[in-house]
Design a protein around this ligand. Structure first.
Ligand code: MLT
Length: 297
């Protein structure tokens, strides 16, 4: 991981592998480490570039709202700073996808292909915008913990402690998770992969409240990207967990249908965090897509 000056701030970025660049853009309120399975599994397929966005992980924080356009411009400047001249495969999850629409709008000559994971094109409803502002206020007042209620039994199971002590039914586990955490994971992950939940919790806790609040306010301001979709004429891969509680399979199917050259892949045993929850099929789909599809093919 190294830090790179990008305009007014420094961004932290992890790079692995060689070849065609694959830019991995994390979701909210996470860090580049949510791509750990792709960083481990795809380094022999592409040059992986996984930054912490402004305000997250080890990157600098700026206060106020950070818009999706600001994040997109940061990424273009980061590619400049890293000397990445050739068009990239842009891969974003959820908020990383919202930023992807802006990256396409503002820097489309830098895009060879797009991978959209568990994201949405529509703007927020008024209710969702109000909720974003509430999240920003609460996170500034209380820190990220309020987003993160995870029952002790999941954390104990993640540490490998005995089942007798941790016995709890999957449905009780699920109910005990905070609203955000419950929407992030599939029932399968909640039951069988507590370490994934504990890992995501740790990532969120690494972030500073100002960074989380700024992105939350920025997401509230984003435009509806639906009218943009027919213009995205590069090859696209749309990936969604079958149990995604935030970006439903049907909604992602509509996104894929609206793009001229997109294919949809539904990942079983996965929710909103599909690349972490079930990385095997996600990496397989990305590898197949990268090897098989280019602007020219
Ligand atoms: C994300 O994973 O980036 C968030 O779920 C996006 C959102 O809150 O809309």
């Amino acid at each position: 991981m190294r830090r790179v000056r990008v305009g007014d701030i420094e961004l932290a970025v992890e790079e692995r592998g060689a070849g065609e660049p694959l830019l991995l853009v994390h979701g909210f309120p996470l860090t580049h480490a949510m791509w750990r399975e792709q960083l481990a599994g795809l380094a022999d397929v592409a040059r992986l570039v996984a930054p912490d966005l402004r305000g997250f992980g080890q990157s600098d924080v700026t206060p106020g709202a950070v818009t999706m356009a600001r994040f997109a411009d940061d990424l273009a400047a980061l590619l400049d700073a890293l000397g990445v001249e050739q068009p990239v495969t842009y891969c974003g999850l959820s908020m990383g996808g919202y930023i992807g629409w802006e990256f396409w709008r503002r820097h489309r000559d830098r895009v060879a292909r797009m991978i959209l994971c568990d994201t949405r094109a529509a703007a927020d409803s008024d209710e969702a915008k109000a909720n974003r502002r509430n999240v920003a206020e609460r996170v500034l007042a209380e820190g990220p913990r309020f987003l993160l209620q995870v029952p002790e039994d999941i954390l104990r199971a993640a540490r490998g402690e005995s089942e007798e002590e941790t016995a709890d039914t999957p449905s009780r586990r699920r109910r005990a998770l905070s609203q955000l955490m419950r929407k992030l994971f599939s029932p399968y992950t909640i039951e069988h992969r507590p370490e994934v939940i504990a890992f995501v919790r740790e990532l969120i806790l690494q972030n500073r409240p100002e960074g989380i609040a700024a992105a939350s306010l920025g997401m509230a301001e984003r435009d509806d990207a639906t009218p943009l979709l027919p213009s995205i004429d590069v090859p696209a891969l749309v990936v969604v967990g079958e149990d995604d509680g935030l970006s439903a399979v049907e909604e992602m199917r509509q996104i894929a249908d609206a793009m001229p050259d997109a294919e949809l892949v539904v990942i079983e045993k996965a929710g909103h965090m599909a690349p972490l929850e079930n990385p095997g099929p996600v990496n397989e789909a990305i590898e197949r897509f990268l090897r098989g599809r280019s602007r020219a093919s």
